[in-house]
Design a protein around this ligand. Structure first.
Ligand SMILES: *Cc1c(COP(=O)(O)O)cnc(C)c1O
Length: 554
């Protein structure tokens, strides 16, 4: 810059500059620099804001501002003692209700807040364990009046898994030299699932502790991939509002910005045009579900994968729930949709063996199109004082018993077994769907479900959460959905198959009863709160108190 050259005191040609011009030129330099910095910062933030609005759309962005303002306003109001006292009192009452429901005082069970001074004998333990088992809601799930939760493979399968777990109780895949049998079983399970999902020869995967860990790993791998191959330091993932919460968890854990786009109001599939608009140079991955947890709808995976391919980014398919149903739909003679590695742009898939694979809980698979992609998932620490450390996923030590249990489940079911269970379970869902469409006109099915979940909203005359509360009163454990419009769902399992007719009968009655308003039940209360303006803050507080309740010893 000429100004700074001429003002440099040591410059021989210019001679000693006057004090005034020196001061002036230095001021200019500082000013210039300041202006430059100002414009750089302005550019950076404008770009970020522009991208944000482009991704989320104007309406959603304004809504986000509104939610943030109302959240802050709520926190401000809470500083006023009178209001604070009132809200706290109500929250405490809600907490007490929660505690009595989640952690009731059970007088017949002994309370054990501290380690017993002397170890208990086996008889004492067995009695205490039996007691706990009785309290463990067996009546709830064995009767099948429950959505998802227990993905039972039948009594014979339970016995087999129990025996297998017992045999491999101490094994730990962290030490393959000590447990080569378990290493082999894990490799075989991953290979079986890769083939089931039509992975190419280059395909690779690992076992994890569940769908959440599989998704966390796929997101972490995408972030690493974006950084190492494209230098992306502010990674973003674009997904549907219907995608699983685990992606948001990954966003928070791994500092990835999660961009949600809307679903189509009729098909309930993610809007491809919105997804395209949300992709920018920071995007590392797009996500589709096959099917989604809430509404049970399969996104247009081939369109999502095509977007990814064109933008040269990754595409994850969440088949956590689709697990061992999606790959068997065709063989079972049921309608299907493209979902696996046969679609060119799909780069990773998560599949929960512990759902419709009937493996013991704590088992899932994450798969990648290539071994290189899987590398981005690994954690390697060559310089640790405890020795060279390398682990494929989040956990260090892992339960080999679950690896063996998963292997046993897959081997005993086989292709024919899963085809049969797919027919049975998806058949139950179709029967429920048809029953609602044909006979319960106060309700409307969301989209066109193809797999095990059927979700439904009000057709106008009833409050759907009231229906949910009436179903709870009849002993059903269904899930409320905070969708637009509000809905509830049932995820069919083997346990649902024998109770389909009872479900439809109860649902018809529940719809009738919901019309005659009573005091609001818990589903109405919880979901009603969420949509009020202080709602998100309050629901968040109640959810945290719920988690506190889990660790209550009484
Ligand atoms: C169940 C589920 C997950 C997460 O699985 P967890 O095993 O509960 O961690 C992810 N995505 C979908 C669609 C699911 O249904």
């Amino acid at each position: 810059m000429p100004a700074s050259t001429s003002s440099r005191p040591g410059n021989a040609n210019a001679g000693p500059p006057s004090l005034v011009s020196l001061a002036l030129s230095q001021a200019l330099t500082v000013d210039n620099a300041r202006t430059l910095i100002f414009y750089v910062v302005l550019y950076k933030y404008t770009l970020r804001l522009w991208r944000h609005i482009r991704s989320f759309g104007v309406t959603a962005s304004i809504h986000q501002v509104y939610v943030e303002i109302s959240r802050r306003l709520f926190l401000l109001l809470m500083k006023i003692p009178a209001i604070n006292r009132k809200v706290t009192r109500e929250l405490d009452a809600a907490t007490k209700e929660l505690e009595d429901k989640i952690a009731p005082r059970i007088t017949t069970l002994s309370s054990n807040p501290t380690l017993p001074e002397y170890g208990r004998d086996r008889d004492w333990l067995m009695t205490a364990l039996e007691d706990a088992l009785q309290k463990d809601g067996q009546m709830i799930w064995k009767g099948g009046k429950i959505s998802g939760a227990v993905y039972h493979g039948g009594q014979e399968m339970s016995d087999l898994l129990g025996d297998t777990i017992k045999m491999f109780m101490v094994s730990n895949p962290l030490h393959p030299d000590v447990f080569p049998g378990v290493r082999r079983m894990e490799a075989e399970v991953v290979s079986m699932v890769l083939r089931l999902y039509n992975a190419p020869e280059t395909g690779a995967g690992t076992m994890t502790s569940g769908g959440t860990e599989s998704i966390l790993m796929a997101c972490k791998a995408a972030r690493e991939w974006g950084y190492r191959t494209k230098g992306i330091t502010r990674p973003e993932i674009v997904l549907s509002r219907s995608a699983h919460a685990a992606f948001h968890k990954a966003g928070e854990y791994f500092k990835i910005k999660i961009i949600e786009v809307d679903v189509d109001r009729i098909t309930r599939k993610v809007r491809i045009a919105s997804m395209r608009r949300a992709i920018n140079s920071n995007t590392v991955m797009v996500v589709g579900s096959a099917p989604s947890f809430g509404e049970g709808i399969i996104d247009d995976i081939d369109s999502i994968a095509l977007l990814a391919k064109r933008s040269k980014i990754l595409c994850h398919v969440d088949c956590c729930l689709g697990s061992f149903l999606m790959p068997f739909l065709e063989k079972a003679g049921l309608p299907s949709a493209p979902f696996d590695f046969r679609i060119d742009g799909v780069t990773s898939i998560s599949c929960d063996t512990h759902k419709y694979g009937f493996a013991p809980k704590g088992s899932s698979i994450v798969m990648y199109r290539t071994g290189e992609l899987r590398r981005h998932q690994y954690y390697v620490q060559p310089g640790w004082t405890g020795g060279v450390y390398a682990s494929p996923s989040i956990a260090g030590s892992r339960p080999g018993a679950l690896v063996a249990g998963t292997w046993a489940a897959l081997m005993s079911m086989g292709d024919d077994g899963y085809t049969e269970s797919c027919k049975e379970i998806v058949g139950a869902a179709r029967k429920i769907e048809k029953g609602i469409r044909d006979e319960i006109h106060q309700l409307r099915i969301m989209g066109r479900p193809m797999v095990s979940v059927v979700s439904f909203c009000s057709a106008g005359s009833v409050n759907i959460y009231e229906v949910g509360d009436k179903m709870s009163a009849k002993g059903w454990h269904l899930s409320g959905l905070a969708t637009e419009p509000p809905a509830i769902h049932i995820a069919c399992t083997k346990l649902t198959v024998p109770v389909v007719d009872e479900f439809l009968k109860d649902l018809k009655a529940a719809v009738k009863e919901a019309k005659t308003r009573g005091p609001p039940g818990s589903m109405v209360q919880l979901y009603g709160l969420g949509s009020s303006s202080a709602g998100p803050a309050l629901v968040g507080e109640i959810a945290s108190r719920f988690l506190d309740t889990l660790y209550l010893v009484r």
